[in-house]
Design a protein around this ligand. Structure first.
Ligand code: ZN
Length: 250
């Protein structure tokens, strides 16, 4: 039995009984844990304000040996302005669910936490970069942090550099040159510009990720590439995805 303090972000909440919540919190240096917030829905509880989705805080947690319970929350950022805009809220919820469902055991938790926090901050503050572009950058960087590195400079079949190629395609996990295009069943024709966008995403540190914008065409290509990559490597049957698809089709 002990009490410890850890910095983290609440990524899921489940209401339990009349006044409790079961929270899933990403804890820096520790990982993903279920933490009970007892009596937190009671209006007089000191946990009331700090036991919501998106709360990024220092948590004081009691470990009974069997379960973890929340004792105290010192809020750093509650991302309240995400809830004031339908698009931002939809994408923010998607990021949380995506992380919850796709954290692998060996995932470097601190890198994922940083990516999630930076993406939520940009989502809540930036008016320059669209939520859809933020989500595509987030997805591709998340794949990379999990060890799934797409091949973008050489053909995945013959290893030829695609630098001077005019016709480039996207196969299962990377680029394909025109000579090899019959080797893949589902090819996507892509523009050379998308390669520099992917290069930027894969080579940038998280704090420099969101410093560019793209045309609608490039965003659509990025979206299709990300969809293909996610389908091979990650769990994508998320509740929040269908809502985002509805928003994007309005
Ligand atoms: Zn080739």
């Amino acid at each position: 039995m002990s009490t410890f303090k850890a910095r983290g972000i609440i990524i899921k909440e489940t209401l339990v009984g009349d006044n409790d919540k079961a929270l899933i919190i990403l804890l820096k240096d520790y990982g993903k844990f279920t933490v009970w917030a007892r009596n937190c829905r009671n209006g007089k509880s000191k946990l009331l304000a700090g036991s919501w989705l998106f709360s990024y805080a220092d948590f004081i947690i009691y470990d009974s040996g069997k379960t973890l319970s929340l004792n105290q929350v010192d809020m750093i950022e509650n991302f309240y302005n995400l809830t004031e805009d339908l698009d931002s809220l939809a994408y923010g919820t998607y990021f949380l669910e995506f992380v919850d469902k796709n954290i692998q055991e060996a995932t470097p938790i601190n890198d994922i936490m940083l990516l999630l926090l930076k993406s939520l901050l940009i989502l809540s503050k930036s008016t320059v970069i669209s939520p859809k572009l933020i989500s595509k950058i987030f997805e591709i960087k998340f794949l990379q942090l999990n060890g799934y590195m797409p091949i973008i400079n050489n053909c995945i079949h013959c290893n030829k550099s695609i630098k001077d190629e005019k016709n480039i395609y996207w196969g299962t996990n990377g680029v394909v040159c025109k000579d090899c295009k019959d080797k893949e069943q589902h090819l996507l024709k892509i523009s050379p510009n998308i390669i520099s966008v992917l290069n930027h995403i894969l080579s940038s540190k998280v704090d420099k990720l969101y410093n560019f914008n793209v045309s609608e065409n490039i965003l659509n290509e990025l979206s299709l590439i990300s969809k293909k990559l996610l389908k091979i490597h990650l769990y994508t049957e998320l509740k929040s995805t269908s809502f985002i698809e509805q928003l994007e089709n309005i």
